[in-house]
Design a protein around this ligand. Sequence first.
Ligand code: BGC
Length: 753
Amino acid sequence: MFGLTACLIAFGGCDTPQKAIQAVQNAPKMLSEKEQKIEALLSKMTLDEKCGQLNFVVGPILTGPTLQNPPTSADLEGQIRAGQITGIFNTNGAKNIRHLQEVAVKSSRLGIPLLIGADIIHGYKTITPIPLGESASWDLAAIEKSAAVAAAECAATGINLTFAPMVDISRDARWGRVAEGAGEDPYLGSLIAAARVRGFQGKNLAAANTIATCIKHFAAYGAPEAGREYNTVDMSERRLRETYLPPYRAAVEAGAATFMSSFNELDGTPATANEFLLDKILRKEWGFKGLVMSDWASIEEMIGHGSVANRNEAGAAALKAGVDMDMMSYIYLKELPKMVAAGQIDLKFVDQAVRRTLALKYDLGLFTNPYQYGDEATEASVILSKENRATALDIAKKSIVLLQNPNNVLPLKKDTKTIGLIGALGEDKVEHNGTWSFFGEAKDVVSVAEGIREKVGKSTKILTSRGADLYNMDKSGFAEAVKVAEQSDVVVMAVGEAAVMSGEAASRSDIRLPAAQEDLIRAVMAVGKPVVVLTFHGRPLELSFLENQPASVLACWSLGTETGHAIADVVFGDYNPSGHLPMSFPRKVGQVPIYYSYKNTGRFYKGNYSEAPSERVYQSKYRDVKNTPLFPFGYGLSYTTFTYSDVKLDQSEMTNNQSITASITLTNTGKMDGEEVVQMYLKDDVGSVTRPVRELKGFQKVMLKAGESREITFKITASDLAFYRKDMSWGSEAGQFKVFIGGNSETMNHKKQ
Ligand code: BGC
């Protein structure tokens, strides 16, 4: 029995409170200081100036389709003076931004300061790991700190708004933008979304070292058909609400200042004019009060989608649905004034959007001090400071995931006589900053080679060979690489994707190591020396060719500025790897979308693949590959080993307002101190609608000394069991649940209730 009943809370059901509410509503409203400021400004604005406040334009770094006539800085200044732009994005430099703010404040009619936006996705100059990499740390405090460093650095240059965090759940490694998110799971994704919002915005948005966030891309942008960028998204409302929406909501609850609508359509309506998403869910259900902006030209692109016929219709649809600000369509600036004048759209929609824009500027403290962001002295002292680099190193180490270490080749000894460093990413500095790092500079990156050289003793010889390129099948470098391997005691291979192979507009239909790198690894392994493979990538790769091979493998993502130091700390055992995958690594690309919280079918294949494929008929499976991923969600090894005791429950039944405590004893059974990510999954055996085979509902990152044991407990309450029931109400149902606690999503360590 699990006697849970529907948990309905009724508001405003009796007369008296309703009357009281009405009385308050009818009383003359006392405007707050902020509202007074906004209303005073609004009353002075012409219609053109209002529409100008809704027009957000790019600076020198273009991050969308190339413009026919990119604005020159003289154009931009002219537009600022004329009150035609609310802000500029993807520009930088304290001196430059100070100048732009001065133009706005001193030379535009109303002196309204500018928003200065930028895609600060994983650092400004001190580049931290790509968000998917950071998510592998499962360390919320470290993720928050990393975002705070990014905020402080870019605020010092004058940027006051970042287009981050991207909180799109994705289960499709073909999609290049998985690099920017937190992976496949809504629970982990929600906690990370909130941590990033806290990190960027801090406790006070008006402080000089915090910036506004923009939660993107609303919504479900991470589920494009076939993993192809910008493609159509279509899914049930249940899946949308259960899997894709939770991180956006967590960001609202964490106080995110702004949202960005996504490029994709959902259920036949582009997200940029989707009233169901923008109005019903975001504003009415979640109570979001902040500003919503479009994505790059996504208002105009609705013409391409075929949901509107022209720019006027596009502008009206977006504004009415709740998109307050137009990024790069120039529709609000150019078409809205004519449409309002012609009575085609009510001025109230424009006013509402302007109010939200001015409110954001007020909250950022721009009306009090328009120059507080961007200060040359702070810029010089904060950017790439020792402390910031230390934060980047800390999260970089924590992001690395040990995938296999079959012969315990890792950690390497610092006095190894000769180390061969092979691969295109060994001495490289350009690729390690990864996607979305245009302000980061290659010269600031510590390469893998530099990191290793700093770490080893003077007597260690390091031989290097590029071996193969990231882009072509040229194998002429193999012979030299093989020679290096022959002369070495151990080989470290640094291979992977180029930075541009993930991120926006970087979907891949083949997610193996690009070009000749697999063959290079095979050729080097054939030499027979101990091999460590460092894979750098923006997405889960298909690494099946390494299964059952003697090579040790570390998944390293793009680690940023401190790449070489982080790698050296992990490879030589000064840091025991603690990362766990935030996204499943498929065996073959044909398995994607692949994720741990799948549903059983009526014919789910439960065999062990020992039968011939022809005997496994009429089962939900492939003929040529197992159903399981190569490395599951939550997976990650350590240089030590951990054992889990059986799961214990303090009671086996509970009702709606009770809880159950589940516990295990975790023991570090190896010889090194180390950290484990202890994960708790729940399975609802039977529901009014089918339920996933398990769902993550809790985790703790635990440090244990060699030989140490500790009891780890998780409290399970009714809200952990809740889901969208048959009638789409949110709540739990009576029934039997299983609790699994282990080190990855395939753990079978469970106890039946
Ligand atoms: C991307 C956004 C980004 C914007 C501005 C768009 O193409 O989808 O994520 O914030 O450009 O650079």
